[in-house]
Design a protein around this ligand. Sequence first.
Ligand code: SAM
Length: 267
Amino acid sequence: MMDADHQQRSGSAGYDAELRRHNEVLRRACGVQFRDHVLDIGCGTGQTTRQAARTAQAGSALGVDISAPAIECARQLARAEGLGNVTLERADAQVHRFPKERFDLAISRFGTMFFDDPDAAFANIRRTLRPAGRLVMMVWQAHERNEWDVAIHQSLEAAAGPMALPSKGPDPFSLADPLTVTQILQAAGFADVAFTDVCEPVYYGPDVASALDWVRGFTCTSNALKRLDPAAATRAVERLREALAAHTSDDGVWFDSRAWIVTARRH
Ligand SMILES: C[S@@+](CC[C@H](N)C(=O)[O-])C[C@H]1O[C@@H](n2cnc3c(N)ncnc32)[C@H](O)[C@@H]1O
């Protein structure tokens, strides 16, 4: 997780840039149609919401996010583009009273992994889908399959020991296990749950300095650095810098990653 300011940060890559390769895969999987009404869950600053709205010209796109600054930023970007069929609302997708059977498609780019109660959240999302409406979401596979997260953990732990990383907090890998996710979605009233393996790298910036700035803004990194004494924090940042340098090529700083595209259909 990261705050809206960090998502849009101009000095570094930004989240849309980080996920440029993932975004294209997700866009194709969503297959938004001209008349679709689309709900974007945990839309952040709204790149995927705007993308859906551009295609659903005779339909609409609603982006919801629990973060007020993210929604404010998403509204500004949608206004700047002059999109008339986009709405952005601050809402907790777990419990928000969406209109019943309103949407043809619910999408999410890494915005569904942070629910306190996933069973209730997906049941709530299901209620707002039309019969046979689709869910298409991108979520991370397990930590150990994601080179970026392994490298961050190793750097912090090498400098400050295994306690460097807090054991509690938002878990970006909470929907990594297909069996668990299938059970959650089926219990929520979805059928035809399927997983597509997405193996695309994440982009952290054009050079080590901007990549370091970007990675330091991740919630897990900044929380870990705050917990360390100044000497250990300096060592951890130096380790991070080395890890980023080892992944730098002519076209910037890239790490391997593994995600799922999860698709399902409302009963
Ligand atoms: C990793 S970011 C992804 C943002 C966006 N989908 C994107 O790809 O740019 C996760 C987002 O989920 C939002 N989020 C977390 N829990 C939420 C909830 N219960 N309801 C709505 N949004 C939530 C966060 O505020 C954050 O913007």
